[in-house]
Write a protein that binds this ligand. Structure first.
Ligand code: ZN
Length: 254
């Protein structure tokens, strides 16, 4: 099985995605992870919430410096800035009609196109005011739909960090960088996004991350490297449908 997949995919690597980057967050852990990433030259994608209104996230400490200057510094270091929703308010239930088929609460999925476009435009405006160009998006709670994709394209978003699959792929003229796992998982083939929520990070999580990076140093790639591998083969499409079914079945059983 492993050889079959390896032959089909012929690439392997990891991209890091940091979620919930906002003025209120676990900055102490962010500082530690930043140092670790700098040591190993890891260039992650960071999901910045343009206008955080999420009360749970607001309970974290406020940064003692100018938030947007810090985001610009990170961008200048080669970190990729993504728009992570608009206000991070995902209180509307969606009935598994989202792209990933997860269901769950959402800030985007099942909302009319115009409403979604408006949220994305307002979010993009905030980045523009700060002179930060953004071409990547990922939705709070992984919930988005075809209208989100359409609206993303309209505001100049070129890629979404989410999706099933083992290699970045084109669909509806947008690049998807797959994100299958919520834990650090060593994978023998394919390109995977490792999602990190620093707000919930414990010391042990940090040490596990350090170990993972040391072990996989040569396989960690940047956003641009991941995008350059995007393809649109029929065999990848078949694999995506297969993995989607397997993972959805697994979720239904557990
Ligand atoms: Zn989030």
């Amino acid at each position: 099985m492993k050889t079959l997949f390896s032959n089909l995919i012929q690439k392997e690597g990891y991209v890091f995605r940091l979620d919930d980057i906002a003025p209120n967050m676990n900055w102490k852990m962010m500082e530690k992870v930043k140092k670790l990433f700098n040591t190993y030259k890891v260039k992650p994608i960071i999901g910045v919430i343009p206008k955080n209104e999420d009360q749970e996230l607001k309970s974290y400490p406020m940064c003692a410096f100018n938030f947007w200057s810090e985001i610009k510094n990170l961008k200048n270091q080669g970190w990729e800035i993504a728009m992570h929703g608009y206000e991070h308010l995902y209180n509307k239930q969606n009935n598994k009609k989202d792209y990933m088929g997860y269901g769950g609460n959402t800030e985007f999925a099942n909302f009319p196109f115009e409403v979604q476009l408006n949220k994305l435009k307002l979010g993009m405006q905030i980045f523009r005011e700060q002179n930060i160009s953004v071409k990547v998006f990922f939705a709070p709670n992984h919930t988005f739909d075809q209208n989100t994709i359409k609206a993303c394209k309209k505001i100049g978003i070129q890629s979404i960090v989410d999706g099933y699959g083992f290699i970045p792929y084109y669909e509806n003229e947008i690049i998807f960088i797959p994100q299958l796992f919520y834990k650090l998982v060593s994978f023998p083939f394919g390109i995977q996004t490792m999602q990190l929520h620093l707000n919930y990070f414990t010391e042990k999580d940090y040490l596990d991350l350090e170990k993972f990076i040391k072990k996989n140093e040569k396989k960690i790639i940047s956003y641009n490297e991941a995008c350059s591998m995007a393809r649109n083969d029929l065999k990848d499409k078949v694999l995506r449908v297969f993995i989607k079914k397997v993972l959805q079945l697994k979720r239904a059983i557990i």
